[in-house]
Design a protein around this ligand. Structure first.
Ligand code: AMP
Length: 359
């Protein structure tokens, strides 16, 4: 056993980092073994803050609390039943906007309604707009991290609450929330084997790619500055995606509209303003927006992990690194959109998850 070159993130634990295999498949195997050997608790930082909302709290108050604390989701607690009641996530806000847009004719009416709405009522909104309620999955903190990753992928959830049970009081305890990013960062910080992941995103088919036969960008969901927020929000909901690249007429990536941007609209009381163009909505975006992270489809997975170790990555937008002539003679320019790599795409490859719900 040797000491890793990079400091361990989270609780100090015995680590099992061995020599670095250079072969991609062997590196992946070693990372899976590592994930099986660690429990979910290992991933938690030594000290962290967690916000849990009572389901009786008004949505608007919860939203303000999320923004003030710089988080985008929180576990819900039913004090009536004394148990975990799911997660408040941005998908709930997307649904809320869709609901008010479809059902309320006046801004005042929607504003009054939202003032009254509690977190517990959000499930009624989902029923009304006929979308599935969010998964109610959780995992015990002592279960292996690999198992948590499989639950995340099977449930299509971006986060998984760690729920313990207090035997003394016989009540559930929400300990923390495990996110896809936290798992990937934990791997990036603690597994030297990531250096052996020398195959490229394209070779591994990690991500969703634009068709290679023409410049249409299918099957990617994209928008332009003139697209309405309504259309983009609809794509979030219909396709279960969390971001849509904004492209110009040549297909070059000029920005990204994310589900987190919806928080601004709901907080500003703009649930009736889905008619705004993306251009106007982006003008309201906080100056803290970290920017769009782009990369080439020829980037190695090793480099992607090294980026994840250094900065908070939500997704990578793949762009052409040089002009490319497509089979039909059209040219895809350098900087044009090629695809999207979500954190779930990377995690799927790492744990060897095959999505049987597709096809
Ligand atoms: P995400 O919403 O980022 O968690 O991504 C979920 C899945 O949808 C992943 O497989 C992504 O590659 C894919 N995806 C993300 N954004 C888009 C988009 N704008 N168009 C098409 N697929 C996408």
């Amino acid at each position: 056993m040797s000491t890793p070159a990079i400091p361990i993130q989270g609780r100090p634990r015995r680590n099992t980092v061995q020599r670095t295999p250079v072969d991609h498949d062997k590196s992946i195997e070693a990372i899976r073994t590592f994930l099986q050997s660690k429990d979910c608790l290992s991933i938690l930082p030594v000290s962290s803050k967690m916000i849990v909302f009572d389901t009786r709290l008004q949505v608007i108050k919860a939203l303000n609390a999320l923004v003030q604390n710089g988080v985008v989701s929180a576990p819900l607690w039913s004090s009536v039943e004394s148990k975990f009641a799911g997660m408040l996530t941005i998908s709930d806000l997307v649904h809320l906007m869709q609901y008010y847009y479809a059902t309320t004719s006046s801004y005042e009416g929607a504003a009054d309604d939202v003032e009254q709405l509690t977190l517990g009522n959000l499930r009624d909104i989902e029923t009304a707009i006929e979308v599935l309620p969010p998964p109610l999955h959780s995992i015990h903190p002592m279960r292996p991290l690999l198992e948590a990753c499989h639950i995340l992928m099977t449930s299509h959830a971006r986060r998984l609450p760690l729920i313990d049970h207090d035997d003394r009081t016989d009540v559930e305890v929400v300990l923390s929330v495990l996110t896809q990013y936290r798992v990937l960062k934990f791997i990036a910080m603690n597994c030297k084997e990531t250096l052996g992941l020398q195959k490229t995103l394209l070779e591994l088919n990690i991500g969703t790619y634009a068709s290679n036969s023409d410049t249409s960008l299918e099957p990617l969901a994209v928008a332009t500055m003139d697209t309405t927020v309504f259309d983009v929000v609809h794509q979030f909901s219909a396709k279960g995606i969390s971001a849509v690249p904004i492209v110009d007429e040549e297909g070059a990536v000029i920005n990204l509209y994310e589900t987190v941007d919806v928080i601004t609209l709901v907080r500003l009381g703009s649930y009736q303003s889905l008619d705004l163009t993306i251009s106007s909505a982006l003008a309201q975006r906080s100056a803290e927006f970290p920017g769009v992270i782009t990369c080439s489809p020829k980037e190695t997975l090793a480099n992607v992990f090294s980026l994840i170790a250094k900065r908070r990555v939500h997704r990578l937008v793949m762009v052409e690194d040089e002009d490319k002539t497509l089979p039909n003679g059209q040219i895809r320019r350098k900087g044009a959109l090629v695809g999207i790599v979500a954190l779930s795409d990377i995690l799927k490859h790492v744990i060897g998850f095959k999505d049987i719900s597709i096809n």
